[in-house]
Design a protein around this ligand. Structure first.
Ligand code: GKR
Ligand code: MG
Length: 447
């Protein structure tokens, strides 16, 4: 039978790298470079479809192993193509199923599913074939023209304490670009960071990445932010660093200051993170978000049964575009809230977030995006913009954006110059605290 939709003629997997600041989290300090993998598909109609996913060799190899299942297939049968990838997928021997409930980032690669970059690229092709934006092909179709994103604030350490090749942007004409590469550890500096982001992107709502200092210090930063932005929704994410008792005592007085808390605690005393977070919610009545304790449907079943969370940050890189929106529909029907988590990314992921969130039914919470830390390192000729606190949703067919191959090959050259392609936040920490080792229960600067 003659194909009715174009056929995929080529699939390229291109690993890329970009520059980062010395951002601090429970995992340690971001290294000078971050990595991603790109999927570029060509079809018989002459269209190009693109997708972006987490970096590293494991994910790159997973993607390469999918090439024979994708090339030669009809774009309109993309669900069958993804189905064949799932059926062929094997669990890695080192994957113990723990996921990222203790934020052990060496396990992130098992939570991320490489094939979602292929789903994205195939939907890009299908949208171009049909003449509609990707968000119209997802869930119940486009729900909004722009999606709210939050200002993702980080404590940043002084790169001058290392001899690592962090980017210096002190000569930039852009105040945010100048600011983002320098040390910001005090309450005042974090408020300054938020003000600068409001100025550039129009943010009104913010999330502070915690797990860096003692909880009480981070709560003081939150109080300072709330004082500056009394109308803002302010959220703190210590990535499960606190014990249950500590989380309860830190959060009890924070109603009306913290809008919600993200992953305040993790597994402890033989109880799973889902059980502990349910106890936390019962004790504090504080709305709770997660990207750690529900990263697949089986984990979500237990989290929902225990009523451990109110907001699921269903990152399409963990759940797939369709999967993330299945979650959005379910949460909306149950009176819960959908949002998305992010890791460092380029503007192809930014575009994917825009389409997925545009199709999410109900009232999603403002989405996470690390893009502000990468803005300017564009791989697209026409990256969607964040204005007035909202990310624009491209209105052209498919993802509605054009890849810039010169920039991609430049980012690929940077990747090839790196010795290690996996995320390693312990490396830069050695300059701050010699012999530093990750401990899921100790904020990174508390040793
Ligand atoms: O980029 O360092 C980071 C974040 O801490 C990331 O690893 C987390 O996965 O942003 C994430 C979160 O919300 O937990
Ligand atoms: Mg989080």
């Amino acid at each position: 039978m003659q194909s009715k939709t174009p056929v995929v003629t080529e699939m390229q997997v291109i690993p890329v790298a970009g520059y980062d600041s010395m951002e601090m989290t429970l995992s340690g300090a971001h290294a000078p470079f971050f990595t991603r993998n790109l999927v570029i598909l060509k079809d018989s109609a002459g269209h190009t479809g693109i997708g972006e996913i987490h970096g590293g060799e494991y994910t790159c190899q997973c993607l390469e192993s999918c090439i024979p299942l994708v090339v030669g297939q009809e774009v309109g049968k993309y669900r069958a193509v993804l189905g064949s990838i799932h059926r062929g997928g094997k669990k890695a021997a080192e994957d113990d199923g723990e996921g990222i409930q203790t934020l052990d980032i060496s396990k992130l690669k098992f939570v991320v599913k490489a094939e979602w970059a292929i789903e994205c690229a195939l939907l890009d092709l299908l949208g171009q074939h049909l003449g509609v934006p990707v968000c119209e092909l997802l869930a119940e179709g486009k729900q909004r023209d722009r999606v709210e994103v939050l200002g993702y604030l980080f404590y940043v350490s002084d790169k001058g304490k290392t001899d690592l090749p962090y980017l210096d942007e002190s000569a930039s004409s852009d105040p945010w670009f100048r600011m983002r590469r320098r040390e910001m550890l005090t309450h005042e500096q974090i408020v300054e960071q938020a003000c600068c982001l409001k100025e550039k992107y129009g943010y009104r709502n913010f999330k502070l990445k915690g797990g860096v200092f003692e909880g009480a210090y981070e709560m003081d930063t939150i109080r300072a932010l709330k004082k500056q932005f009394p109308e803002g929704r302010i959220n703190l994410d210590p990535n499960g660093a606190w014990s249950l008792d500590e989380a309860i005592s830190l959060c009890r007085g924070m109603h009306g200051i913290l809008t919600y808390i993200e992953d305040p605690c993790g597994p402890e005393a033989g109880f799973s993170s889902r059980e502990i977070m349910a106890e936390f919610k019962n004790a504090t009545n504080m709305p709770v978000a997660t990207n750690m304790i529900a990263t697949n449907w089986r984990q979500f079943y237990h989290a929902a049964a225990l009523k451990s969370v109110d907001i699921v940050l269903a990152d399409p890189h963990f759940w797939g575009l369709e999967g993330s929106l299945r979650m959005a529909s379910l949460l909306n029907d149950w009176g819960l809230t959908w949002g998305s988590h992010s890791n460092n990314h380029f503007d192809i992921t930014l575009t994917t977030f825009a389409h997925v969130a545009a199709a999410a039914p109900g009232h999603p919470t403002a989405l996470d995006t690390h893009w502000i830390w990468q803005d300017g390192q564009n791989l697209l000729k026409d990256a969607p913009q964040i204005r007035d606190g909202y990310l624009e949703v491209p209105d052209k067919p498919g993802l509605g954006v054009t890849i810039d191959m010169e920039r991609v090959m430049e980012a690929n050259r940077l990747y090839n110059q790196m010795d290690n392609h996996d995320r390693d936040d312990a490396m830069a920490m050695q300059y701050l605290i010699p012999g530093w080792r990750y401990d899921s229960k100790k904020p990174c600067l508390v040793r």
